[in-house]
Write a protein of this length. Structure first.
Lengths: 360, 126
């Protein structure tokens, strides 16, 4: 047995985009145990139900995260709409789906860039973020904000996307697809990328299920689950199948997210092709929510869980958001065991951690 | 058109004494743990705890609901469901729910907040 010591990792570290602290128990260069701790940026957003009414909480929900902001707003709205029995106009459902998929695209592209930076391939990092800018431009053009859209409301959406902008989105999707095809080859074929990702941090489907992990992290281990199959927004009208891999290593997680970007491009094309011509974007909502609902949405990082409980007053009794990273931390700790110290940064990145989301 | 799954979600009200047994039964039935959360019901001065499990083959969500008095001690399910560790620490720290035998009890330091049980009963109510 080698010498054991504890190495504190984070909360500030070049490879960590957000603050999380992990105590690594190491034996020589091998990690024996990882003990995480969060709590550096807890904001108590859920407690704002005492001060903000259920309509205002849409904007609070959006501010849970700066990356998957739109989908937090959408998940919260869908939960309240279920409680109040509100049927959202079809065009609003399609618009929500379109923005949800651009959010997935830019989130995955952000992660792919960070991963490339993590294994020291700076040019690949720049290329991923360059392509991501095109998606952010679409979001700015259609919603007015690059990341925080504020287009959701209880009962529908606040903004429409005119036909000329839809045409621009289609043209941009063609460009992004062509540019990503080149980037994809580098990720999947380059020797140095494979050397850093293949066979590293393997988790089996059984481990994933036991640890409650979600999203691309779970799908990369062969767990075929995607909450979009529950049919919220316009997903019942979209043809797609969850992308999975059975390898369960860092390379598989990279593969799943990369292929999901291509899948999002396909979904966006389907959304635009099937977009209803109606002009209604929202229905009027009367009264206050009275009841409870468990809503599940597939965020870029996986299943997000929204529990909303109303008591007939404008202020909700409870709004709870369980973010994907919260569910993925136990899986991360298991994955870190018995790995080389030099791989820790990369392994943490491969769950695509979003600590701001997690701490809410 | 894509295949859409519309499972019938279940919300099962149970006594606190049945929590471990039902959690174990759901685990053995192939459900995986999804989340747990607490609600402080000020009007009744009670906690409402929900433990949600998912069947990933059918997408069915099965939630166990336990309603308890503020001073009731709840057994931890972490021995059966290790993934529940952060959820139980959160319920304990933010709401003041009394949970015993959490596998890794962070002693109200998950979120490092200065206020005691900020989502739970206010000092004058407790």
């Amino acid at each position: 047995m080698g010498k054991r010591s504890v190495i504190p990792y984070g909360p500030q570290h070049p490879v960590l985009p957000e603050p999380v602290h992990i105590d690594l128990v190491v034996e020589d260069e091998r990690v024996i145990e990882a003990i995480p701790s969060i709590g550096f940026i807890h904001r108590g957003l859920e407690s704002l139900v005492e001060k903000r009414d259920f309509n205002q909480m849409t904007y609070v929900a959006e501010r849970t995260c700066g990356i998957c902001s739109f989908q937090h707003g959408m998940g919260y709205c869908e939960a309240v709409e279920h409680i109040m029995g509100v049927e959202v106009p079809d065009r609003a459902k399609f618009l929500r789906t379109l923005w949800a998929e651009t959010s997935r695209m830019h989130s995955h592209l952000l992660w792919l860039g960070l991963l490339a930076d993590g294994f020291g391939f700076e040019n690949l990092f720049y290329q991923c973020w360059r392509v991501r800018e095109k998606v952010l431009d679409i979001q700015e053009m259609t919603a007015g904000g690059r990341l925080i859209f504020s287009v959701n409301k209880i009962g529908g959406v606040l903004k429409d996307i005119p036909q000329d902008q839809l045409n621009f989105i289609l043209k941009t999707m063609d460009e992004v697809e062509a540019e990503l095809a080149v980037i994809k080859d580098t990720f999947f074929e380059d020797y140095s990328v494979k050397a850093r990702l293949k066979g590293v941090g393997v988790l089996t489907a059984e481990q994933i299920n036991a640890l409650g992990a979600v999203g691309p992290f779970a799908r990369a281990s062969g767990v075929n689950v995607d909450m979009r199959k529950l049919g919220y927004a316009a997903y019942p009208h979209i043809d797609f199948e969850p992308i999975t891999s059975t390898d369960g290593d860092c390379y598989a997680r990279c593969y799943v997210r990369m292929m999901e970007v291509f899948q999002s491009i396909d979904i966006i094309r389907q959304v635009i092709a099937k977009m209803p011509a109606e002009t209604d974007l929202a229905v009027a909502v009367k009264g206050n929510p009275n009841g409870e609902y468990f809503m599940r949405v597939e965020q870029p990082r996986g299943e997000a869980f929204y529990y909303v409980k109303g008591n007939g007053t404008p202020n909700l009794e409870r709004m709870r958001i369980r973010t994907p990273t919260f569910a993925n931390v136990p899986g991360l700790c298991e994955m870190l065991k018995n790995t080389e110290l030099a791989d820790i940064g990369l392994l943490i990145l491969t769950i695509d951690p979003c600590i701001s989301c997690t701490e809410r | 058109m894509a295949e859409v799954i519309h499972p019938e979600d279940v919300l099962e009200q149970i006594e606190v004494g049945d929590l471990l047994r039902r959690a174990l039964e759901l685990k053995k039935a192939g459900f995986r743990f999804s989340q747990a959360h607490a609600v402080y019901v000020a009007k009744e001065s009670k906690y409402e705890l929900s433990y949600s499990f998912s069947d990933y083959s059918t997408y069915q969500l099965h939630s166990l609901r336990v309603v308890i008095d503020l001073d009731t001690v709840v057994p931890s399910i972490t021995e059966i469901i290790p993934a529940a560790v952060f959820y139980e620490n959160e319920m304990k720290e933010l709401f003041g729910v009394k949970i015993e035998m959490i596998s890794t009890d962070l002693d109200n330091k998950l979120y490092r907040i200065a206020v005691e049980a900020p989502f739970g009963p206010k000092k004058e109510e407790a």
